[in-house]
Design a binder for this molecule. Structure first.
Ligand SMILES: *[C@@H]1O[C@H](CO)[C@@H](O)[C@H](O)[C@H]1NC(C)=O
Ligand SMILES: *[C@@H]1O[C@H](CO)[C@@H](O)[C@H](O)[C@H]1NC(C)=O
Ligand SMILES: *[C@@H]1O[C@H](CO)[C@@H](O)[C@H](O)[C@H]1NC(C)=O
Ligand SMILES: *[C@@H]1O[C@H](CO)[C@@H](O)[C@H](O)[C@H]1NC(C)=O
Ligand SMILES: *[C@@H]1O[C@H](CO)[C@@H](O)[C@H](O)[C@H]1NC(C)=O
Ligand SMILES: *[C@@H]1O[C@H](CO)[C@@H](O)[C@H](O)[C@H]1NC(C)=O
Ligand SMILES: *[C@@H]1O[C@H](CO)[C@@H](O)[C@H](O)[C@H]1NC(C)=O
Ligand SMILES: *[C@@H]1O[C@H](CO)[C@@H](O)[C@H](O)[C@H]1NC(C)=O
Length: 524
């Protein structure tokens, strides 16, 4: 080898061609890289032509049209909500028809509380038999974020220069209804009166009744309730309310999706797993050894260390204990905040919703999370007067992604986490239920979801009876992209590389999971 290298080095010509060969061998030209990316994206496309595609297409083929389905609503009131998809500000393509605006949460003449919604009909391949409801969390965060940056038909995500068509929109599957709820969120109107999740559910169902009176062609559809983060509270309670009040809504609830959800105690979803998480991603956090030793000491002292190995067994040996006295954290045991503070010190662009982000902070037209040193943009996209007018939003309301005001009266939501209350009933009554978690989320940790599941009893048994196998979530056209496990009507997914907002950060995985939830594919 050495003589060859030396002989190559003696003539400039050979040397140059040797270098260009090297470059070629590494395939780093823009063209070569573009070709690899294109191949990968074509792989993503197999999400729609995968092993289950036959059944999928068969169910979706009904009423096939070549454009977005322009559902017509016979109630003349519907037309006042119609949005012209060719004139959405700064969007230079036709989004297709949609409907949005404010609708009261009851039929009372003096009702002052109204929720803001945006309804999209199915795309060309979508089903007319189904309706997906989506809510963001917070509490107090707007579902327009989900619509605009996660699973809606057009997207202007963090870091994108311009809005684009969302190839992985859930409108490819069916109609979608995004609602800013509860009262106090986004454009929604009125003074919050909810004390707990049952109030939230009753108000949302009240809104849905009014919505179906106007958009009555949607009555009788199969309903899927979906949401992320604090919607881990909303969605199971709303589903439970619908199952327990079966005549309230003329819709057939089939199942739920909750991603990166609040389902259990804070100590479980934030504190217990966090030091293990830092070890797993130690080169991402890049903490020094002294600090790592401090973290290990806190984890040891607070009974977080070794918790997963000891208690998260399949099947579990009994109810899982708290590590200390508090459901949040005992004194001196708030290691999540210790990690977060250090992460931000080292990397001021540290994003608790996706740990891989580094400097510079990515531009966000919705100005989220608002805690970064730069002010991202003003006005925020949905706070522009032309945008508000285009979507029938109240122009005198200043929109922010997550409202400062409390959307619950008093000291906040008094409901217990759903895994200890309504979630088992919802799983038992649903055809399919999915819990999804991004593995790169820091605000809520996937190992916490594992603890919650192993401590929950549904269908007469506690937790999963057999272990979650590694690399068991296979995405069509991609290969394994995390872990998946299912028992007794519940499917749990962990999505590799995904942050908190799974439909935004891992759209292909999310679309496959949603197809499974809706019965468009037989396998998860
Ligand atoms: C879609 O429906 C709306 C309201 O029903 C109507 O005004 C509009 O012209 C329709 N568009 C197309 C392309 O059919
Ligand atoms: C509406 O009026 C009814 C009585 O007719 C009253 O009980 C209710 O509190 C009022 N609601 C609001 C939101 O003012
Ligand atoms: C979703 O629908 C759009 C519009 O028809 C299409 O271009 C896209 O390929 C579809 N995506 C998937 C994953 O089916
Ligand atoms: C390691 O990190 C801790 C916490 O930020 C800091 O106090 C300490 O000075 C650091 N050690 C070194 C060698 O930089
Ligand atoms: C497990 O569930 C029991 C009963 O709901 C609850 O009291 C306990 O706090 C839970 N443990 C954990 C670690 O969440
Ligand atoms: C905005 O205007 C509507 C109708 O004009 C009114 O009912 C509402 O109270 C106003 N809201 C604010 C925050 O000023
Ligand atoms: C559940 O799935 C079955 C089979 O796909 C279907 O017949 C049924 O209508 C679905 N819904 C409920 C609520 O069982
Ligand atoms: C699964 O992978 C983790 C590392 O991510 C490893 O610690 C664990 O032992 C693996 N489990 C099995 C059953 O192989």
């Amino acid at each position: 080898m050495a003589p060859l290298l030396r002989s190559l080095a003696v003539t400039g010509l050979l040397c140059a061609s040797f270098l260009s060969d090297l470059v070629a061998a590494r395939e780093t030209s823009p063209r070569a890289i573009a070709a690899k990316r294109e191949a990968a994206v074509n792989g993503w496309d197999k999400a729609k032509h995968g092993p289950d595609a036959a059944g999928h297409l068969e169910r979706l083929a009904k009423g096939q049209a070549s454009t977005v389905k322009n559902i017509t609503f016979s109630n003349p009131e519907a037309s006042q909500f119609w949005v012209d998809g060719t004139s959405i500000p700064l969007v230079d393509f036709d989004v297709g028809p949609s409907w949005s605006g404010l609708i009261p949460i009851s039929s009372a003449a003096n009702e002052t509380r109204k929720l803001f919604f945006w309804f999209f009909p199915p795309g060309p391949e979508g089903s007319l038999d189904d309706l997906i409801f989506w809510t963001n969390g917070g509490p107090g965060c707007s579902s327009l974020e989900g619509s605009f940056q996660e699973n809606g038909p057009f997207t202007w995500a963090v870091g994108q220069a311009v809005p684009t068509v969302n190839e992985y929109s859930w409108t490819n599957l069916s109609s979608m209804l995004f609602v800013e709820q509860p009262v106090g969120t986004g454009f929604s109107q009125g003074t919050p009166t909810a004390r707990d999740e049952n109030d939230v559910a009753a108000q949302l169902v009240g809104f849905m009744e009014q919505f179906l009176n106007i958009f009555s062609e949607l009555k009788g559809k199969n309903l899927y309730l979906t949401g992320e983060s604090y919607a881990g509270m909303y969605v199971p309670y709303i589903a439970n309310y619908i199952y327990e009040n079966p005549t309230a809504l003329d819709l057939n609830l089939q199942g739920i999706w909750v991603s990166d959800p609040v389902l259990g105690w804070d100590v479980v979803q934030g504190q217990i797993p966090v030091v293990d998480f830092v070890h797993k991603y130690e080169h991402v956090f890049a903490f020094n050894q002294t600090f790592m030793a401090q973290l290990d000491a806190v984890a040891e002292k607070c009974n977080y260390a070794g918790y997963m190995d000891k208690y998260v067994t399949y099947p579990p040996a009994g109810l899982l204990p708290l590590p200390g006295k508090s459901v949040e954290n005992d004194r001196g045991c708030d290691v999540w905040d210790k990690v977060f503070d250090e992460a931000v010190t080292i990397n001021p662009a540290f994003n608790m919703y996706r740990i891989f982000d580094t400097w510079p902070v990515l531009w966000d037209v919705l100005g989220f999370p608002g805690s970064f040193p730069q002010t991202q943009v003003s006005p925020l996209y949905f706070d522009r007067e032309d945008v508000k007018k285009a979507i029938h939003a109240p122009v005198n309301v200043s929109w922010e992604e997550c409202s400062d005001g409390n959307v619950f009266v008093g000291r906040g939501d008094t409901s217990l986490p759903p895994a200890m209350t309504v979630l088992p009933n919802v799983i038992e009554k649903s055809n399919r239920s999915v819990i999804v978690h991004g593995l790169a989320d820091f605000i809520l940790l996937s190992d916490g979801a594992r603890i919650v599941i192993q401590n929950m009893t549904w269908d007469g048994k506690q937790g999963f009876q057999t272990p979650i196998a590694n690399d068991s979530f296979i995405v069509d056209g991609v290969g394994s992209l995390g872990n998946m496990h299912q028992e007794r009507g519940l499917t749990y997914y962990e999505v590799a590389l995904s942050g908190h907002m799974v439909p935004g950060f891992s759209p292909v995985a999310a679309l496959q999971i949603m197809s499974y939830l809706m019965g468009f594919r037989a396998t998860p």
